[in-house]
Every structure is written in structure tokens, then in C-alpha cells.
Design a protein around this ligand. Sequence first.
Ligand code: AMP
Length: 282
Amino acid sequence: MHFFTQIGPLRQFLSFRRQQGETIGFVPTMGALHEGHLSLVRQAMQNDSLAVCSIFVNPTQFNDPKDLERYPRTPDKDIEMLTSVGCDVLFMPGVNEIYPPDVVQKASLQLGALGEVMEGRFRPGHFAGVAQVVERLLRIVEPTHLYMGQKDFQQVAIVRFMINQLGLPVELVMSPTIRESDGLAMSSRNVRLNEQQRVIAPVIFHTLGQARRDLAKDAHNRNEIENRAIAALQKAGLEPEYFDIVDAETLQPVTPGAPPRQMAACVAAWLGDVRLIDNLLL
Ligand code: AMP
């Protein structure tokens, strides 16, 4: 695996490979890798001739400094995992490489209604930071395809919006959520769950499944289904922030009488001091 920490040498390497006619599949991550991340890398390796993964814990997307401090970092294990799946390139820059102090950052993109719902409501500034770092990374790597996980459903929508607004020449591919055998969506944050919390956590996935079944039976009672899901999460010992059934394209609440083509149930809940998110297409 080729390893870069600096933009210059990485761009030189990628530009040479591009000239050879290679396509670049890019998987941006914040490290503490698991099978979910590796599934994206495998997809990039399958569709593109060069798979590039980045590991960068982006400070500008953490609205809570404690969350940034506590974010798990396992660089040696990450490098081992990427090598074992055959990833071609790893880019692991420091903060000054991505945000050099002498470079003035442009005003962030207006995300509009997409950025105001769900995560946007509970993590102010989070998506501005995500859009900022993904744009920066896309301009550095200039990939053919960008691979992102459905696990972060709203993030995919925001990045799609940004790519369209800025006219960036990249195709976004959304990959399915990889889960543990009991349904819990894999996440770097799961390592912070204690034994008891780990047993409770799959309730999030079960609640999403129940909402899907309830909606299939009675599509008109979305509010009631959301409230039932919130109550089920609370009963299991979680503190839900939201459980929203939304239009899967606009992420806005579904208005009665105008059902969208596809709906999604999206949830964020605290288990102790760990914040977990998940979603299901309905
Ligand atoms: P992160 O390191 O959490 O920023 O995630 C990096 C990328 O991996 C994002 O596109 C995530 O959506 C994706 N990802 C994280 N967890 C999963 C999962 N369980 N299944 C599929 N993709 C995932």
C-alpha cells in the first residue's frame, strides 16, 4: 500500500496514475476502521483500478470538543486492515495539511433545508464541517467515484447536494450499511459501549424494523409510529434525540396526502455518553 501524509506527493502520484488511464475510487474516513469501512474500500477496488482511502479526524465537524477528544484512534490497526484487503493508497494527513494556517477558508456552502433537519437540528455546524472537509479532500484526490455509507444517510444527501452545487466532476456511490450479526450498525463509536450497553444497542435496529412493518400496515399513522419507536427506545434505556420518518430524497417530513416515492426512518439516540445513529429505507 502506498502511504502519503502530504498533499504534494499524493497529487503527483495520482496524476501519474490518472495519465496511465486509471480510475480512482475514493473512500474518506475518520479511522478506527471496521468492516463497514472495508466494504467501501472493497467496492472501490472492484469498480476502479485504484482505491484511495483517507484517514483524517476532521476537527471542524465536531460540534462537541469532548466528542473530538474521545473519538477512537487506532492508526496501526487501520493500516493493517487496509493492507490486508489490498487497498492501493492511504492518505493520512495532519490537521495543518488539510487546514494550513495561511490559507483562508472560503465561506461555507449554504445547505438550506437539508442541513436543518435531524442531525442538523442536534449537531449545529456539523454538516458545514463535513462539506468543508469532503470538498477539500475531493479537490486533492480528484477521484472518479466517491464511496460513502448509507449508515450516514443525511451525510450522503449533503455531499450529493454539495457536489451538484459546486459542479465537482465525481460520481457519488452510496453503499449499504454493514451490521453486526445482531443488527447493530457498525460504527467506530461502538467500541465505547460497555458490555451491558452493547447488549441494549441492537434495539435501535429492531425499532427501525418495527417501524417499517407498522408503516406497511398503516401508512397514514406516521406520527404514531414515530412516537411508538421513541417510547420503545426509551424503555430499553436509550435517550433518543429523534426518530423521524422522512422523504428519502429531500429528508423533509412527509406531508399527509403527498407520499414520496421512497421514505426513510432515521434515528439518533444516546446510550450513556455514546451517540448512535442508524436508518432504514422503508
Ligand atoms: P467515518 O469514519 O465514520 O466518517 O465513516 C467513513 C465512511 O464509512 C462514511 O461514508 C460512512 O458512512 C461509512 N460507514 C461507516 N459505518 C458504516 C457501516 N456500518 N456500513 C457502511 N458504511 C459505513
